[in-house]
Design a protein around this ligand. Structure first.
Ligand code: NIG
Ligand code: FE
Length: 406
């Protein structure tokens, strides 16, 4: 007899595995958990015999189980907001003009430097809880609103605290090269040097899982990004970039050159960049919230990404400037409506491909041996998660085998 910690019966499984059917679906399925891992996910008819008198059973009566959702790109730790800049943009100012006038990322840096760890922890926890209630079980959190060693460390330490005190898994990304801080005005190269020097210190504190940069006209050049990537690679840290968001500088090809995890935004990505990403196995992270909020008109090169079979992830980009949306479900809808992803592509983008974008091999699919992170939804088909917004179809959430309070 199999020894399970708990079993879910009469479930429809969207395994998101490559099993030949859309969503990797198994219509008459069962799922069993042991020691925080999935011990069985497959047809109920093939579920190994177990002792049903002592094993907790959940009869979900035809509801759908999906892997825990993964938000692989967020700037979730920030203080203040940028509603004033929203008003300015409605009057005609552009995101780039506001940044050039000392607003934009710099204004959130001021507010975030002034905020205490406690205040940031509270803000972060509330935002994580909102994501959790949609079924999100893994969240990437970037620094990048500190821009000096002490403030970047503060942000990453709060992320680490959230990791300890919140059921969701947290991946910590160092984004020191997000914008030029006032201390380094007109000295971007000097700041890049400083960023490279922050890296070993932060890594030794156990605060860095990956390194990100903002490669853009209003961010950093390819040459400067290359320096940060070289420093990260020398320390064995994986890299990724905000690339080709507002123009085509070649940041995505640079990520690919370093065998990086993902190039994110990629609206202005060209065919050479797509080909480089395909060759390197770099994921394209699509951020429809930022596309929508900035009223971008340049669509990511979706046909090319499909043609070259570059895995596409979808994330919230939660941040106060370009995507003030604390919802991955809204992004599913926007990815389909604005980018014309199929619901299956969008859901793969917040499960299997989002896991790849974070370098995580132990989650993103319902499969024996993976972490037992999954949600149970009162929906009639997986596409419903992309189709509607504002209802809360999540009925149960399990993280590492334990039921979460919703
Ligand atoms: O992903 N592009 C750079 N970073 C963020 C925006 C940050 C901000 O405006 O505060 C983004 O769009
Ligand atoms: Fe971002």
């Amino acid at each position: 007899m199999a020894d399970f910690d708990a079993v879910w019966l009469n479930a429809k499984l969207a395994t998101m595995t490559d099993n030949g059917s859309p969503y990797g679906a198994i219509e008459q399925g069962a799922l069993a958990v042991k020691d925080g891992l999935i011990a069985y996910a497959g047809p109920q008819a093939d579920l190994p015999p177990f002792d049903s008198l002592v094993t907790p059973l959940y009869d979900v009566q035809g509801q759908w189980l999906l892997p825990g959702l993964i938000d692989c790109h967020t700037h979730l730790l920030y203080a203040g907001n940028r509603a004033n800049e929203f008003e300015l943009r409605l009057q005609g100012a552009s995101y780039q003009q506001i940044a050039a006038a000392g607003g934009g990322i710099a204004s959130t840096v001021r507010a975030t430097r002034d905020a205490s760890e406690e205040a940031l922890f509270k803000l972060g926890k509330d935002r994580l809880n909102a994501l959790l209630r949609e079924g999100v079980t893994t969240v990437e959190i970037k620094s990048g609103y500190g821009l000096d060693l002490a403030s970047e460390q503060k942000l990453l330490e709060v992320a680490a605290l959230l990791e300890q005190h919140h059921p969701a898994s947290i991946i910590k990304t160092f984004l020191g090269a997000h914008a030029l801080p006032p201390e380094f005005k007109d000295n971007a190269d000097g700041y890049i040097e400083a960023v490279c020097q922050m890296l070993p210190t932060l890594q030794q504190l156990g605060l860095v899982d990956a390194v990100d940069i903002f490669c853009e006209g209003i961010g950093f050049s390819v040459a400067q990004s290359r320096k940060v990537f070289a420093a990260a690679t020398a320390l064995g840290l994986p890299v990724k970039a905000h690339a080709e968001q507002l123009s085509n500088l070649g940041g995505s090809a640079l990520v690919a050159e370093f065998g990086g995890l993902s190039a994110d935004h990629v609206e202005y990505l060209d065919e050479a960049g797509v080909a480089a990403m395909a060759k390197a196995g770099t994921v394209a992270v699509l951020l429809p919230g930022a596309y929508y909020f900035l009223r971008e008109t340049q669509l990511p090169p979706l046909a090319l990404l499909r043609q070259y079979q570059v895995p596409m992830a979808v994330a919230s980009d939660l941040n106060p400037g370009t995507s003030p949306f604390c919802s991955l479900q809204l992004m599913l809808n926007m990815a389909c409506t604005l980018f014309r992803l199929t619901p299956e592509e969008a859901l793969l983008g917040v499960t299997r491909h989002a896991a790849t974008a974070l370098g995580l091999k132990d989650r993103g699919q319902l499969q024996a041996g993976m972490r037992a992170d999954f949600g149970c939804y009162a929906i009639t088909q997986p596409a419903e998660l992309c189709y509607q917004f504002g209802v809360a179809p999540l009925k149960q959430l399990v993280i590492a085998g334990s039921l979460c309070r919703l």
